[in-house]
Design a protein around this ligand. Structure first.
Ligand code: APR
Length: 311
């Protein structure tokens, strides 16, 4: 069986970690792409990680490039091209700059690998996935965004720290847009099968929800020169792996909705089955009135930013 090809558009902080995780998991061969001005970064990271392979013992071949033609035949493309936030910025503040970058990236991807499973990480997340879909003309199954899986990871890690128990026993779900009004569904969050509401007092749980919503900004505040990169990379690799190995995992992703959860014609975060066909099915369930209201609020912000792309 031929090896899979994983293309990473953007060889920056997240791009480098994506490459390392994809290689260590031997998901396939990895190509790191960046603009000509950063070609050395793409080639350097690839070379460094290729040398590392003899110690970490992975067989993936890593290369760097600034030529889109080298992405031909890619099975998966993960996009991080764009600028990250600086302290005080919202994800929406990145729209103008990152939309220009996405327009260029999407046109090139349409040309060289239109059938790849494309996972976008660039912010503002939901609007950027929308732009990617509009410009490439790809299917809703193949064009997705990485958001809920990261937001859920943050929520779960805060819960496991608070209770001082293994993260392995925390099950949670964060829906909605990848912004400050995302929707952690505490009602369905369990720890070792026990509802989290029984284990953590309301005020403490509210504080954890708030910290989750601002989880990205907390890291921007600490890093000062950029945004999170380890957990976002791991989250996108989990999605890529589910696709490449046809795992049929249920993962919260940013996907195109056509009425699910009462939301129509919007890229938005919901749980979905990820398998060999990409997003195979959105998993829906009944929301409470409060949850519905939070989803609608989040959807309204995402809709506003998506409209600003004028696509
Ligand atoms: N085409 C391809 N790559 C580009 C382009 C372009 N037109 N423009 C910029 N890039 C590259 C940059 O050269 C840089 O190497 O994108 C890379 C981005 O890397 P970082 O600045 O390190 O940013 P990173 O932390 O990886 O985040 C990237 O993901 O989480 C989001 O908000 C974040 O939108 C940001 C993106």
């Amino acid at each position: 069986m031929a090896r899979k090809k994983i293309a990473l558009v953007g060889a920056g902080q997240i791009g480098g970690n994506l490459a390392l995780l994809a290689a260590q998991k031997e998901l396939g061969d990895v190509i790191l792409f960046d603009i000509p001005a950063a070609e050395g970064l793409a080639k350097g990271k690839a070379l460094d990680m290729q040398q590392m392979s003899t110690i970490e013992r992975y067989d993936s071949v890593l290369t760097g490039s600034s030529n889109y033609d080298d992405l031909k035949g890619a099975d998966v493309v993960i996009i991080t091209a764009g600028i990250p936030r600086k302290p005080g910025m919202s994800r929406e503040d990145l729209l103008d700059t990152n939309l220009k970058i996405m327009t260029n990236v999407a046109n090139e991807l349409k040309r060289v690998c239109p059938d790849a499973f494309m996972i976008n990480i660039a912010n503002p997340l939901d609007a950027m996935v929308y732009a990617l879909k509009k410009i490439t003309g790809g299917t809703k199954q193949k064009i997705v965004g990485m958001s809920g899986i990261l937001d859920t990871a943050r929520f779960k890690s805060f819960i496991s720290s608070e209770l001082n128990v293994s993260m392995k026993d925390v099950t949670a779900l964060v829906l909605g847009g990848h912004g400050d009004d995302m929707v952690p569904i505490t009602r369905l969050t369990t720890v070792g099968g026990v509802p989290v509401n029984e284990l953590i007092k309301k005020d403490k749980l509210d504080a954890i929800v708030d910290r989750t919503r601002k989880g990205g900004a907390e890291l921007v505040g600490l890093y000062k020169t950029g945004s999170a990169y380890f957990a976002p990379a791991a989250a996108a690799i989990e999605m890529a792996e589910a696709y490449l190995k046809d795992q049929r995992r249920i993962i919260p992703v940013c996907t195109w909705l056509e009425g699910e959860f009462g939301i129509n014609e919007l890229y938005f975060g919901v749980p979905a089955v990820i398998g060999a066909n990409g997003v195979e099915k959105v998993v829906t369930f009944e929301l409470t009135a409060d949850e519905k209201a939070m989803m609608e609020k989040s959807a309204a912000s995402v809709r506003k930013t998506a409209a600003e792309t004028k696509l």
